[in-house]
Design a protein around this ligand. Structure first.
Ligand code: SAM
Length: 266
């Protein structure tokens, strides 16, 4: 028997009709160096990669043995793949016995509609696991050299979205308006004026710092340091076109001692 055939026979074979495993993998905020080793391994073992628009080509291409790449999801406010279609892609490919990687920007558990996809798998008795990734808030905080929590300033922090299915998202603005509060606001670019209005209405100090990090961790990242008073105008003027995260209550650390910011502000 030829050596190739012997090696092929030694490989464990998956029964043809058993559903494959679906792995929800966090691609992180963009820099491929911020992928976990587990995410990299999952990509290398994938037969099919179903990936969000926000995931960069550099990361998708790490799935070197994949047979199929299916782009789904949406970029900013552009066109998007309906959730039911995404669910159907995942289920159909798993039922064909493929190892499916559902690759999501950042962390799959943060504003990523993970539960809907898991429910679709549960309905069809398909096994899955979740590989966490670095969420945009962590990357943005690293960029500006600040902590999400700080002893003596804030013992808790919030993760918010600027939008939900119905439009601008409502939150506990009164609690957020208090001194020393910190929040990471996802999908907040278009909601900047709404957020400002709500916070001012609930007594937030107009000079509270707000920092908007666009394309965090990517080569084209930008940092916009402003205040609640100036937030909507500053965002409008900067007109960020990439994904952007708003850090409520935080200003960039002193640029003089922070290499990334020194470069940004030069
Ligand atoms: C649908 S949410 C997905 C969040 C993702 N699951 C995560 O954990 O980062 C998309 C939003 O995440 C934020 N975002 C994602 N990647 C980003 C990046 N590299 N820099 C700044 N914000 C980012 C933006 O607010 C964007 O509108």
């Amino acid at each position: 028997m030829p050596l190739k055939q012997i090696i092929a026979n030694l490989r464990p074979k998956r029964p043809a009709r058993l559903p494959g495993l679906v792995r929800f993998v966090g691609a992180g905020p963009g820099d491929p160096d911020l992928l976990t080793l587990k995410a990299l391994r999952a990509l290398q073992e994938a037969d099919v990669v179903i990936h969000d628009g926000l995931v960069s080509g550099d990361i998708v291409r790490l799935a070197t043995s994949a047979l199929k790449f299916i782009p789904v999801g949406k970029k900013g406010f552009g066109s998007h793949t309906p959730q039911e279609t995404i669910n159907a892609h995942i289920v159909e490919n798993a039922q064909k016995g493929y190892n499916v990687v559902r690759l999501k920007g950042g962390d799959p558990t943060v504003f990523a509609r993970l539960d809907e996809e898991i429910e679709a798998l549960e309905t069809h008795d398909i096994a899955y696991d979740i590989v966490p990734g670095i969420t945009a808030a962590s990357a943005s905080l690293a960029t500006i050299g600040q902590s999400l929590t700080k002893r003596g300033r804030n013992a808790s922090a919030r993760i918010l979205t600027g939008h939900d299915m119905k439009g601008f998202a409502d939150h506990d603005w009164r609690a957020l308006a208090g001194s020393g509060e910190v929040a990471a606001i996802y999908m907040g670019k278009r909601a900047a004026r709404f957020i400002q209005g709500r916070l001012l209405m609930h007594g937030a100090a107009p000079e509270t710092p707000v920092t908007v990090v666009e394309n965090a961790s990517r080569a084209d990242q930008t940092v916009l340091a402003t205040t609640l008073l100036n937030l909507p105008d500053a965002v409008e003027q900067a007109n960020p076109t990439g994904p952007a995260l708003m850090l409520w209550g935080l200003a960039p650390r002193d640029a003089a001692t922070h290499p990334v910011l020194k470069q940004e502000l030069a």
